[in-house]
Each structure stands twice: as C-alpha cells, then as structure tokens.
Design a protein around this ligand. Structure first.
Ligand code: ATP
Ligand code: MG
Length: 251
C-alpha cells in the first residue's frame, strides 16, 4: 500500500516515539519499519508480543543480507516481528556502522515498501541529511512527515530541510507541541513554513507529553490509551491516512 516516511532534520525531536504511537493507532494494517541509519531503538524499548524481548538480530540487517540477490515485497515479512499490542515491526540496525554497508539497500527497500501488499509502511528514517542514499527511499514515499520541536533552532533546521527536499515529494510537518500552547505553537510554525514558499500538505501537531512518551518505552496499557500523546497521535494518524487517499490542497 503506501509508504510514509517519518523523519527530522536535526536533534531528536521524538520521531521514534511518534512513529510508535502512530503505529499503535494506525487506522489500517501497518508495518513500522526502523530505517534510521543511526540504528533502531524499538528492541530496547518495547517487549515482543509474547512478553519476551524483540530479537535485534532479525530485521533490517537480515533483510539486507538476503536482499542483495533482489528484493520482493513479499520477502519483507520474513524479517518482521510483533511488539506488544500486535504491531508488526521491522527492527532496525543495532549500530550506525552497519549502515555503511547498506547504502545500496535504501532504493530497493523504498520500492518494496511502496509495493507491500495489504499494509501501509511507516518508515522511521531518523535524521535526514547524513546519508544521501536515503533520498532514494524518501523519493518512493507517498508522504514525508517532518517532525520538529517548536524551538528556534529546530524550526530553522526544518526550514532548511524543506528547501532541499525534492519538490516531487509530498511533505507534511508535525510539531511536537506543549499542550498548554498547542494551537499557537502550531500556527507559529505554520507561518514560518509558509514563508519558505515550499508547498506543504499541512502543518499539524502531536502533544509533548513526557508521561505518554515514557509509557511508550514500557508496557502498553489502558493509561497509555488515554494519554494526550496517543489521543493526538490518533488525530494525526487519521489525517495522514486521509492525505494519502485524497491529497488536500497544499499550503
Ligand atoms: N511527544 C513527546 N513528548 C514528550 N517527550 C517526548 C516525546 N517524544 C519523544 N520524547 C522524548 O524525547 C526523547 C527522544 O525521543 P525519540 O527517541 O522518540 O526521538 P528521535 O527523534 O527518534 O531521536 P533519534 O534521532 O535519536 O532517533 C526521549 O527521551 C523521549 O521520551
Ligand atoms: Mg529515533
């Protein structure tokens, strides 16, 4: 179905946390793929569906080893696992050095994700910029979601990133925003994004919610479901899924 790239320019605004929250509430079947060249985090954050630990040795690295001979979308599920809650994940690299040998993988992987039968793919690509070959995966995305905090330095880097992303790529911006100034913060970032002249599908938010973020590093439960993070993630997931089906007019 569709490939949605989740990424940031610089800093660690909360891409992996948002990716996990979105995966948990996505309105259709979905695969959460950890494609951050700096390495994955999920195996260390969340238990497997059976209560054990995720196997960090099964995922992107094993997929890369077999994909050298060609990669068909149907092969991807041979390398996925389920985390608590039943979400399918492709576990990421265990350290950044592994990415050096996988630069050839991003293009074929992007094409396979975009053609995956029966499920959308949320690809956590971490920070864009350091790995130019990642552009080959990004260009396969139906939508690239750039996450930012509202601070000046984060927004300045976001602005630069918007200028260098190819205009053929459809982009949405998500601000990790303090719930007390949620609307004003998002409006302010939207104003800055619009001033760049870059077409963006929309600028929206997800709550800055330290307690919710902590729960996403442990066992999922009822309290998490009621957290502001999950509630705003649900709104965001609906908007992203709708955007893929019927693109809104760009800002
Ligand atoms: N919505 C949020 N509200 C509060 N804290 C958050 C939120 N998202 C992330 N955090 C916290 O910020 C830190 C970084 O989060 P996360 O790992 O999701 O960021 P990232 O952008 O994926 O970083 P990296 O580039 O290192 O992979 C973590 O301590 C996490 O708990
Ligand atoms: Mg991350």
């Amino acid at each position: 179905m569709a490939l949605i790239v989740l990424a940031a320019d610089k800093g660690a605004p909360g891409v992996t946390t948002a990716a996990t929250a979105l995966g948990a509430v996505w309105p259709r079947s979905v695969l959460l793929a950890e494609c951050d060249p700096a390495g994955g985090d999920l195996a260390y954050r969340l238990p497997a569906q059976d209560g054990g630990v995720l196997n960090p040795g099964r995922g992107l690295l094993t997929l890369g080893a077999t994909a050298r001979r060609g990669l068909r979308p149907e092969q991807i599920h041979e390398h996925t696992q389920q985390i608590v809650g039943g979400l399918d994940v492709l576990a990421g690299l265990t350290h950044g050095e592994q990415a050096a040998g996988l630069t050839w993988l991003w293009g074929p992987l992007g094409r396979a994700f975009a053609a995956l039968p029966g499920a959308d793919v949320l690809a956590d690509c971490g920070r864009l910029g350091g790995h130019p070959e990642m552009g080959e995966l990004v260009s396969e995305a139906a939508l690239v979601v750039l996450f930012t905090r509202a601070s000046l330095d984060h927004v300045a880097h976001l602005r630069e990133r918007l200028q260098v992303l190819p205009s053929s790529v459809q982009v949405a911006v998500v601000v990790i925003a303090d719930p007390r100034q949620y609307r004003t913060t998002i409006d302010e970032v939207r104003r800055i994004v619009m001033a760049t002249g870059r077409q963006v599908a929309f600028v929206t938010g997800i709550a800055h919610d330290p307690k919710g973020a902590e729960l996403l590093r442990g066992q999922w439960g009822g309290r998490l479901d009621r957290s502001l993070l999950i509630r705003t993630a649900r709104e965001l997931a609906g908007r992203l899924a709708a955007q893929i089906r019927a693109p809104e007019h760009a800002l």
